[in-house]
Design a binder for this molecule. Structure first.
Ligand code: ADP
Length: 281
């Protein structure tokens, strides 16, 4: 276990039995250090993550079909973008398959909700990142009645079946939901309105969505209750402290990669022979 974690992130953040409404969004479950210690550790652990990701990539190039998929969910300003930039940003971009899911296009709307998701799955050897995901189809869609309950209700089972299939194909899922408090969101939205370098992140609709906070919490609770499975568990992250959520996601990813027990792929050529040839070249 990495230093300063009293309890491994995988245990401290498991969603099992969790009441979303009771979550302390300013907490740092499992971690005993302060911001300085967390930031230092993040820099150290990013190197470990980068090394593991390179091993997965190398194995992918040698025929290994496995991949890792990070699924990121969270209310606006919860820090999904920061995770992509600061955690995923620490690994080699050529090994990353990134996909962000916004309002479905007219074409996407004509298909089953998993259609666009399947198209964006990570290729063999890649670290996939979903910034929002198929879970929007039981979040925003449920909260705003974009389809009737008879349509969204069966989606939980469909999602579980879909994820079972992915795991069967060798994809390790790391599902992370980031939670901030309403106050923290107000602070972050206000920053977007007060800093010209953040205007581009602001959306007027984010303010309207605040009125639906309890509905979103209920929808997230249903997700955690119904789609956190042994094969594809949810991790619930308090995200008021950005340094903590970034460190926690790094640890969750490291754990996922370590479970793959990756090694460098063996040479497909005779090393000694090639050394001899090079010496003479
Ligand atoms: P972000 O807000 O993450 O920066 P965008 O502005 O591109 O990204 O849009 C995300 C928006 O798309 C969110 O409001 C989200 O609720 C919405 N969205 C995502 N998936 C769906 C979906 N399946 N149906 C309806 N709206 C969706």
């Amino acid at each position: 276990m990495a230093k300063r974690w009293a309890v491994a992130a995988t245990d401290a953040l498991k969603a099992d039995g969790l009441r979303i409404g009771e979550l302390d969004t300013s907490g740092r479950p499992g971690f005993t250090g302060d911001k300085k210690a967390g930031t230092e550790l993040l820099a150290e652990r990013a190197l470990v993550l980068s090394d593991l990701q390179e091993k997965l990539y190398a194995n992918g190039r040698s025929g290994d079909k496995r991949g890792v998929l990070l699924v990121l969910q969270g209310m606006d300003t919860a820090g999904k973008g920061g995770i992509v930039r600061h955690v995923i940003g620490s690994v080699d971009p050529q090994g990353v398959d990134h996909a962000a899911f916004g309002v479905p296009t007219p074409e996407e709307k004509r298909h089953h909700f998993l259609w666009r998701i399947r198209k964006a799955l990570p290729r063999a050897g890649q670290l996939g990142v979903f910034d929002r995901s198929h879970y929007e189809d039981v979040l925003v869609v449920r909260v705003h009645n974009l389809v009737p309950p008879t349509v969204w209700e069966p989606r939980y089972d469909e999602i579980n079946a879909f994820e079972r299939e992915l795991v069967g194909e060798g994809i390790t899922l790391v599902k992370v939901a980031l939670f901030i408090s309403l106050d923290e969101q107000k602070k972050r939205l206000s920053e977007r309105l007060n800093r010209p370098d953040k205007y581009w992140k602001f959306s007027a609709a984010d303010i309207d969505e605040r009125a639906f906070w309890p509905d979103y919490q209920e929808a997230y609770q249903a997700i955690v209750d119904r789609t956190s499975t042994e094969l594809a568990p949810w991790y619930v992250l308090p995200a008021d402290h950005k340094w903590y959520s970034r460190l926690a996601v790094t640890e969750l990813l490291i754990d996922a990669f370590e479970r793959l027990q990756l090694d460098w792929p063996p040479a497909k050529f005779d090393v000694e022979e090639q050394k001899r040839r090079l010496a003479q070249a």
